[in-house]
Design a binder for this molecule. Structure first.
Ligand code: UDP
Ligand code: MG
Length: 314
């Protein structure tokens, strides 16, 4: 049995040696299995690729795919899934936040045959900025309500899965990728393994608050049409309000005559409704831009260098 590990790396030169050391130790302990360590260099600007080449020269299990520029973690994971050959596969971060030491336990759970994948979930958000945790929690609550896929709070992308699941992920070739949604959408039986949050061992997180916020919108627009429904319902609401108001004005005019007044309130109403219309147009625009991106069918990543033969390009 062969286990493939997919490790997206973007400027991880500082963390890689520690990570590789630990991974090497854990994988050698799991001597019943063959391993493939597929590192995806996502257009790093530091020495990441050099380190990967060095490791590949020493360790025949190491393969790498290096992108022509930074395409993002989603693209890197997809490139990994498209190119792994194992009976099992897992994605994991290069910063030790997805501890390799969990692998034996995860594999044991899969071996029982009861589950198709073992996913990990952070029980705490220790060491994370408070604001970030707060918004993350809100996001997962909202997602649960407005989308039909199951997205678990604190879920990490670190999960070990069977080949059939990998094939399903590869078959979802959409260019607007949101892995947490994709994992949920394809289904299969998943065991959730909780663990304590670990802080990254070296280097910096690549996610600023704004990048995360953008990513969460990505999740909402890719896996829910609730914003569109919201737009229609707001329209409906205002139509109703205006009908009632017309009626009120009509009756009042009949009863009390028609003194001209109230233009400030009129301006406010026009501005407000104008704002709502623009907002709803913006919501529709978001979906149109997704359609636009999807129809271009551009490749999701471009490989510049690799030590792998017959690479799959998607
Ligand atoms: N990563 C990547 N491309 C990017 C950003 C991040 O491949 O554009 C990788 C990064 O090298 C790491 C993983 O994705 O292995 C998670 O990134 P990070 O640790 O910065 O995210 P956090 O754990 O803070 O959410
Ligand atoms: Mg991290």
């Amino acid at each position: 049995m062969k286990i493939s590990l997919i490790i997206p790396c973007y400027n991880e030169a500082e963390a890689l040696p520690t990570f590789y050391g630990e991974l090497d130790r854990v994988t050698r302990e799991m001597s019943d299995y063959e391993f493939e360590l597929l590192f995806i260099d996502d257009g790093s600007k530091d020495k990441t690729l050099e380190i990967l080449k060095e490791k590949a020269a020493q360790d025949s299990r190491v393969t790498y795919i290096s992108f022509s520029r930074n395409f993002g973690k989603e693209a890197a994971m997809y490139a990994g899934f498209c190119n792994v050959t194992g009976d099992y596969a897992a994605t994991m971060d290069a910063d030790m936040q997805d501890p390799p030491s969990l692998l034996p336990e995860m594999m044991k759970i899969l071996e029982t045959g009861e589950y198709d994948s073992v996913a990990t979930r952070r029980e705490t958000r220790k060491g994370e900025p408070k604001v970030r945790s707060f918004f993350a929690r809100r996001f997962y609550k909202l997602m649960k309500r407005i989308s039909d896929v199951d997205i678990v709070d604190g879920a990490r992308d670190f999960r070990l899965m069977k080949r059939s699941m990998v094939d399903s992920i590869v078959s979802m070739s959409e260019s607007n990728r949101f892995s947490k949604g994709i994992f949920g959408w394809i289904g299969f039986k998943t065991y959730w393994l909780p663990y304590e949050n670990v802080e990254r061992v070296a280097g910096k997180s690549k996610w600023s608050f704004w990048k995360l916020l953008k990513y969460s919108f990505e999740g909402i627009f890719n896996f829910s049409d609730a914003p569109l429904k919201f737009a229609s319902w707001t329209g409906f609401f205002f139509m109703f309000v205006s009908l009632v108001m017309t009626l009120v004005v009509f009756i009042r005019t009949l009863a009390f005559g028609d003194p001209v007044s109230g233009w400030p309130s009129l301006v406010c109403i026009i501005l407000f409704v104008g704002g709502v219309q623009l907002f709803c147009l913006g919501v529709i625009g978001q979906y149109i831009s997704k359609i636009y991106k999807e129809t271009k069918r551009r490749p999701q990543y471009i490989v510049a260098q690799t030590n792998k033969e017959d690479i799959v390009k998607k």
